[in-house]
Write a protein that binds this ligand. Structure first.
Ligand code: AMP
Ligand code: TRP
Length: 355
């Protein structure tokens, strides 16, 4: 049976500093996937502008995210690294998907509700249809695997819903044109043009929380810089933020069950686990019964050890912006070859004449 070519796609928005959550929840896991799949890693600048970005800051953040990918160990020669707006097919496919996605589906997106806040009337239309663009990013390459943090789960389910509806609505044309790939869903086999992408959400750090409030996720947009460790922070800043991280007065438990109801403790243990590639249980086996005053300095040293080579390399790369731009240009050229072929066939399936 024919199969979809396995391919990984993921992206980060250049909307501020990359932080430890982005690194542990996303980028670091991408590095591991590179040996197993052909990968495409995108700096999603068109997603960033769904909320206003100061143009110079956007340029800087775009290069910074690209530099972080490379500094973290992504091979931009072997794989593809580019910024989204260079490949206009993303926006084109997003329009086609706007006509597939249902308002009811978009209305359920919790990220829109969070980001739009109370004054929904004042949110951009782009913020509302953001998930169509995300589906387009992924499906322009008919990507089969998408590694992301927990907060993107709902968007990936929507991507599958869009793919499934497209496959269903255009089933006859897909069959007629002989481009379908037999895909088993439950106990049914459908002839799919778009794959039903698998989210890859796993490991101890799919949701890294704020260092100031264990119930909020670590985020680029948190007004308190103490809430997050930025990939550009130096050793002194990293140590200070971990020292100041909120904790409760108890020591570390010896079992994972003892972390229940202690979000700050759970978060620091999760970060330690992710940084060492261990499980929370391994970490507690080592540190159970100790106080945070002992654990924090060890965690700080570890974070510095893992992150400083990355921030050092990022600084080097950022000292040559033209070099980063050349990498992005080259990546976009290769991305575009794949995307144009997908979009041409998608349009033909839909009856949009383009010859
Ligand atoms: P964003 O910063 O929203 O562009 O997110 C880029 C990637 O990082 C996505 O895969 C997110 O799921 C992931 N991510 C963002 N914040 C966190 C967090 N606090 N913990 C784990 N993963 C995160
Ligand atoms: N929406 C994602 C985020 O905010 C970023 C993103 C855009 C993305 N397009 C993507 C992630 C495609 C994975 C695949 O984190």
């Amino acid at each position: 049976m024919a199969e979809f070519t396995q391919r990984v796609f993921s992206g980060v928005q250049p909307s501020g500093n990359l932080h430890l959550g982005n690194y542990l929840g996303a980028v670091r896991r991408w590095v591991e996937l590179q040996d197993r799949y052909p990968c495409i890693f995108c700096v999603v600048d068109l997603h960033a502008i769904t909320v206003y970005q100061e143009p110079k800051a956007l340029e800087h953040a775009t290069r910074e995210v690209a530099a972080a990918y490379i500094a973290a160990g992504i091979d931009a020669q072997k794989h593809i690294v580019f910024n989204q707006s260079r490949v206009p097919e993303h926006a084109e496919l997003a329009w086609l998907f706007n006509c597939v996605v249902r308002l009811g589906w978009l209305n359920r997106m919790t990220q829109f509700k969070d980001k739009a806040g109370k004054d929904r009337e004042a949110a951009s239309a782009g913020l509302y249809v953001y998930p169509s663009l995300m589906a387009a990013d992924i499906l322009a390459y008919r990507a089969t695997h998408v590694p992301v943090g927990e907060d993107q789960k709902q968007h990936l389910e929507l991507t599958r819903d869009i793919a499934a509806k497209f496959n269903h609505d255009y089933a006859e044309r897909i069959a007629e044109r002989g481009v379908g790939v037999p895909t088993t869903i439950g106990d049914e086999t459908v002839n799919a043009w778009f794959p039903l992408t698998e989210p890859l959400i796993d490991g101890p750090a799919t949701r890294v929380m704020s260092l100031r409030d264990g119930t909020k996720k670590m985020s680029k947009s948190d007004p308190s810089d103490l809430s997050r460790i930025n990939l550009t922070d130096d050793a002194e800043q990293i140590s200070r933020k971990i020292r100041k991280a909120k904790t409760d007065p108890d020591g570390l438990p010896s079992e994972v069950a003892g972390l229940a109801g202690r979000p700050e403790a759970d978060n620091l243990v999760g970060i330690y686990a992710a940084l060492t590639g261990k499980t929370r249980q391994d970490v507690l086996a080592e540190f159970g019964g100790r106080q945070f005053s002992e654990f924090k300095p060890v965690l700080a040293d570890l974070a510095v050890e893992v992150l400083s080579p990355i921030s050092g390399r990022m600084r080097e790369l950022l000292s040559d912006p033209a070099g980063i731009d050349a990498t992005l240009r080259d990546g976009a050229g290769r991305a575009r070859e794949i995307a144009t072929a997908t979009i041409a066939e998608t349009k033909a399936i839909m009856g949009l004449i383009d010859n």
